[in-house]
Design a protein around this ligand. Sequence first.
Ligand code: GAP
Length: 487
Amino acid sequence: MTAPNIDTIVSLAKRRGFVFPSSEIYGGLGSAWDYGPLGVELANNIKQAWWRWLVYERDDIEGVDSSIILNRLVWKYSGHEATFHDPLVDCRECKSRMRADKLEGYFPEGGGQFDANERLRDGLVKCSECGSTNLTDERYFNMMFRTRLGALADEDDPTALAYLRPETAQGIFINFLNVQTAMRRKLPFGIAQVGKSFRNEVTPGNFILRTREFEQMEMEYFVKPDAEHFKLVDEWVTLYLEWFKGLGIDTANLKLHEVPKGELAHYSKRTVDIMYRYFPERAEEERQWEELMGIAYRTDFDLRSHSSKPTDEEGKRVNSDSTEDLSYFDESTKQRFYPHVIEPAAGVNRTVLAVLMDAYSEKTNDKGEMRVILKLSPQLAPIKAAILPLAKNKPEIVGMAKAIKRSLQPVLRAVYDDTGGIGKLYARQDEIGTPFCVTVDHQSLEDEAVTVRDRDTWEQERVKVSDLAEHLQKRLKPYPIPAPEVS
Ligand code: GAP
C-alpha cells in the first residue's frame, strides 16, 4: 500500500513532526516548508545513504561541498544567465499564471521547431486550471534568485550582482581540476555534492515536490570523449532504480521518461528522468507521475565553456574571463581533451516525499481501529528504537528504561517516551516508522528482560537486557545504518 495522495502525507508530516509549513505564524510563505525533528533525521538518513553508496562504497567518486553563491561569471558561462528561464503565460479566463511548457498542446506532436506564441494564439494550448485556450503570449522569466554582494552595493550595480545557485553541479565543474589534481584521479571518476539550490519557480506547489529552495544530490561522472555515453546513461538509470528500491520504494511506483529532444536542457544530448507516482489519486495514468530525478549526458559542454582556451570559428576565445583550462591529459594516449559528463541529479526533498508516500500503510487492530504504520526502511527511519516504560509512576521502571535508552544510544538512535498509555505510545511510534518498541514492565525488574515489539507484524518477544543491543543490531543488519555520534 502507498499513501492515497500527497495530502495524507502533508497532514501526517505536520502532526508527527516531519515537515511544517514555513513561517506559519506570519501567515506562511508560499511553498516553503521547514523540516521538523523527524523530517531532518529522515532527510539526513537519505543524504547519508546516498553519500555512503557513491562516495564510500565506490572507489571512483570524490565528494565536495562548494559555495552556494559563486562568481557571477560561472552562471554566464554555464549558460544559465541566458537560458535558465521558464516561459510564463496567464489565463485570461481564470487568471491563473502557469508555466507554458507544462501545458497540454504546447509542444507540437512529433516534435521539431515551433513558434509557441503562434500555437498559443491559435488556441492549441490549454489552461491547466480551467481548460480555456484564451491564454496570453508567453514571456520569459529567469529563475535564478539575484542578490548583491557588499553591504553598500547599489541596487543596479552590475559588478555586485550575484545569484543563489540553481543547481549544485556548477560548483563541481569549476572544481574539476582542483579535485582531479589533488586526488590524483584518472578518468573515469565522479564528483558528488549534496546541498541547497534555489529557483524562482513560476508554479511551485504540491508540498515539498516543487519549492523555491530545495536540496539536490548531484554527481558529475567524468569520462572520455569516446566512451559509450548513451549506454552509461542507461547504466546509471539501472543503478539508481536499484538504489531507490533499496530505500524501500516499490518499483511499480517508478517509471522512466526519455526526455524528447525538443525539451532537453541547453547542455544535454540525452536525459532520462526517473518518475515517481506522486499522484496515485489521478484517474488518468499519465498524470500520476512527476520527476524524481534526471540522468543527463551533458557532453563536455560545461568544462569546455568554463575553460580559457576554446575558440570560436573566428579564432576568438569563447570564454575571455576564465584563467584555467579544464582539459585533461590522458597519459596512456598522450592526448588532451575535455572530459564528457554523465550526470545523475536527484532531489533530496522529492526522495523524502517518495519514501514517505511509499512507506505509508494502514492496519486495523483487534478493536477494529485503523492504525497508520509508516513502513520506512530501517536505515531511513528517524528513530530505530523507542524505549517505553509500562508504568511511568514507578521510578524503578522509569530508571531502568532511561538507562536502556542511554546504553543503546551509542549504537543506534533511540528515544525514551512516557507521554501516554502503552497503546498510544505504540501507535505513535508506528506512525513515525520506528522499527522497534522496547517495553520495560514490572517483570523486567525481576528478570532483567524487556519486550521487543516489531512495527510491521506487531509481534513481541522477550529479550534479555544484556542481549538487547546485539539483538536489535542483528535485526537491523540487512540495512546499513551509520552509528549515531556519541555525545
Ligand atoms: N544539474 C541538473 C539539474 O539540476 P534538474 O532536473 O533541474 O537537473 C535535478 O534537477 C533534480 O532536482 C530534480 O529531478 C528534482 O528532484 C530536484 N528539483 C529540481 N527543481 C526542484 C524544485 N523546484 N523543488 C524540489 N526539487 C527540485
